[in-house]
Design a protein around this ligand. Structure first.
Ligand SMILES: Cc1cc2nc3c(=O)[nH]c(=O)nc-3n(C[C@H](O)[C@H](O)[C@H](O)COP(=O)(O)OP(=O)(O)OC[C@H]3O[C@@H](n4cnc5c(N)ncnc54)[C@H](O)[C@@H]3O)c2cc1C
Length: 277
């Protein structure tokens, strides 16, 4: 297969290129290159390299933590603002692949790939992140829970790119849990992000990946937990876990069976709740 390779020098140029059918954005390349080699893109005409166009830094601006879409996993996992305030995201970024991949795999690429097993996605759901989108025409903001529309599909229109993610700045506790083929270096069979914060009243956000075509929240468990005094009892945690099992609508694929994934949704929620106790 032959295709062109473009290295645009600004966002407008990149956006105009990406309006062409068969033109695919690439940053770290850890998903894209595998897909190109595997013949996934049937009508690939060109790769458009976005390196250098978007920030690879994390900044706190007013009441938001802004994560540039070019931030790589190791940087996110070790960043003091993320470790201190958003442990669910630090753990998710740290859990992804091996250190070599984590040095090039970006958060923009993880969300842009829009896989049901993408590890940072449930973490971003549980933190109520927004996706900042940019194109030659301007900017728009989409909440993460409206960004992904199906397996590998999202709301980006031709010419649009992810500029950054914005997380409301607050101190949360949290836990990211995943089950893979092995303890390390594995794509998730199922994953779960949990965040908790208290701004006068308790808030729990639970987001499960690989249990449906997009990430699922577990509102019944969130409501139960928010109504329960601390410390949470084993009975409350068991009931919340049962709601997670009930909510999960997984499929069987090469990584796992639907029955296993459904049961494990409850196990992962129990582990996450015990981790932040
Ligand atoms: C060996 C291996 C192990 C892996 N393990 C895991 C794992 O455990 N967990 C996990 O979640 N993933 C895993 N991955 C997948 C991959 O590493 C991640 O999804 C990574 O975060 C992708 O980032 P990237 O910069 O390499 O993306 P790229 O490959 O460059 O791009 C991925 C997709 O996002 C789009 N994109 C990238 N940046 C933007 C942007 N700014 N705006 C719009 N669209 C954009 C691209 O067009 C493409 O469709 C693994 C991959 C490999 C090869």
């Amino acid at each position: 297969m032959s295709f062109e390779f473009y290295k645009p020098s600004n966002i407008k140029e990149a956006s105009e290129l990406l309006k062409n059918p068969g033109y695919i954005a690439v940053v770290g390349g850890t998903d894209t290159v595998v897909k190109v080699r595997g013949g996934f893109y049937k009508a690939l005409k060109a790769l458009v390299d976005l390196n250098g166009l978007f920030s690879n830094e994390i900044k706190v601006e007013k009441d938001k933590c802004i994560i540039g879409s070019a931030c790589v996993m190791n940087y996110i996992a070790n960043h003091p603002v993320i470790k201190e305030n958003f442990p669910v995201l630090a753990e998710a970024a740290h859990s992804l692949a091996a250190v070599q991949i984590r040095n090039v795999a970006t958060i923009g690429g993880n969300v842009g790939n829009s896989s049901p097993v993408g590890d940072t996605i449930p973490a971003l759901y549980s933190l109520e992140a927004d996706v900042n989108i940019v194109s030659a025409e301007g900017k728009r903001v989409v909440p993460i829970n409206e960004f992904i529309t199906g397996v590998g599909r999202n709301v980006l229109k031709p010419g649009e790119m992810i500029e950054s993610f914005a997380i409301p700045m607050r101190k949360t506790s949290g836990s990211f849990q995943k089950l893979g083929e092995r303890k390390a270096l594995s794509i998730s069979k199922i994953n779960l992000g949990l965040s908790y914060w208290n701004d006068g009243k308790p808030h729990y956000r639970i987001a499960m990946g690989a249990v449906a075509i997009t990430v699922l929240r577990v509102p019944k468990a969130e409501e139960l937990l928010e109504a329960s005094p601390l410390p949470l009892t084993d009975e409350v945690i068991k009931q919340a876990a049962e709601y997670a099992v009930e909510t999960a609508k997984p499929i069987t694929d090469l990584r796992s069976t639907k029955e296993y994934r459904k049961q494990m949704a409850g196990v992962l929620l129990k582990r996450a709740l015990n981790a932040i106790k």
